[in-house]
Design a protein around this ligand. Structure first.
Ligand code: GLN
Length: 309
């Protein structure tokens, strides 16, 4: 793999980095509060010969909400659209990612989409396997295929830190159990969900996942299909409509690419038929998106004409 330092990219990183000072690292998951807010890293994967990076690219981070894209791919591959969308909707929400409000007011009481916590819990509940370990292993196997990196695993410290404090996610899960959206043991579900969110990688790995999605599910080296075409399209569409939480509309206007962020400060981008982008900068804005990460994408979108619209 030929990763090169991008000179142009390094200048944009420098420009965007000042924004990190105005953001705040997530602290509702105690382990995430330990992140260094000054970090900013970007990787652009454009096929095996043209990959550019800049900033603190070796830094590893947990996927958090970005993992929602991967669990959705897995359950759609396992169970198909009809089953999956009988438990979770396809519509964006104007509410924060961890909100419980719409679960109560919507009839039937199913989560609006798979990119908010309630929807992601319903999706994780559908991952097939007889034990939590087997389910996680199947998800990790997909991650290994998408990244070409078999060493990727989850960060136990971050997973435990979230599991101990996930009162809101527990509430969402119990609420959905009452309404028949999720089934089984809720503590086991939370265990799997927090491990899924704690899957850890660097921005180069993340950019490669973006590339596979951008290229309709095909591996960049072997051209073998990892994700069926229609599933790659479904998840990219969710990334456009719901990927940046309740800032997805503004992001679509200012940047205009399918993207998914996580409260660790990661952003996954997939520019159809072009490239995959991985970004890391843990200082967040008030909606939970990486502040410098979004600023960097805005500059890149203008400079490289990234918008798909
Ligand atoms: N693990 C986090 C949570 O459930 C993920 C949320 C996020 O990244 N927005 O709260």
């Amino acid at each position: 793999m030929a990763w090169k330092q991008g000179v142009d990219l390094a200048n944009m990183v420098k420009e965007a980095k000042v924004w990190a000072k105005s953001g705040k690292v997530a602290d509702y998951i105690p382990a995430l509060a330990e992140a260094n807010p000054d970090m900013l890293a970007v990787a652009i994967y454009q096929g095996t010969d043209h990959c550019f990076l800049a900033g603190n690219v070796e830094e590893k981070f947990t996927l958090q909400s970005i993992s929602k894209v991967l669990s959705l791919v897995l359950v759609l591959m396992d169970l198909g659209e009809d089953v999956v969308f009988s438990k979770v909707g396809m519509e964006p929400t104007g509410d924060p990612f961890n909100s419980i409000a719409k679960l109560e007011t919507n009839k039937p009481s199913k989560p609006l989409n798979p990119m908010i916590n309630a929807g992601a819990l319903a999706v994780t509940n559908m991952i097939q396997g007889s034990t939590t370990e087997e389910r996680l292993h199947r998800l990790l196997r997909l991650v290994h295929q998408l990244t070409g990196n078999e060493k990727i695993t989850f960060n136990e410290y971050v997973a435990n830190s979230e599991l101990e404090t996930a009162y809101l996610n527990r509430s969402l899960a119990y609420f959905m159990k009452q309404h028949g959206v999720v089934e089984g043991d809720i503590e086991e579900l939370l265990d799997l969900y927090t491990k899924q969110c704690a899957i850890e990688m660097n921005c180069m790995d993340l950019a490669r996942i973006g590339y596979v999605l951008a290229h309709e599910g095909c591996d960049p080296i072997t051209a073998k299909r990892i994700i069926p075409l229609h599933i790659a399209r479904i998840v990219k569409t969710f990334m456009v409509t719901c990927g940046m939480y309740n800032a997805s509309g503004e992001f679509a206007i200012r940047v205009g690419i399918p993207a998914k962020s996580g409260v660790s400060g990661g952003i996954l981008g997939a520019i159809p038929h072009r490239s995959g982008i991985g970004i890391y900068s843990p200082a967040l804005d008030e909606k939970g998106n990486s502040l410098a990460g979004i600023k960097l994408l805005e500059v890149m979108a203008e400079r490289y004409q990234l918008s798909i619209f």
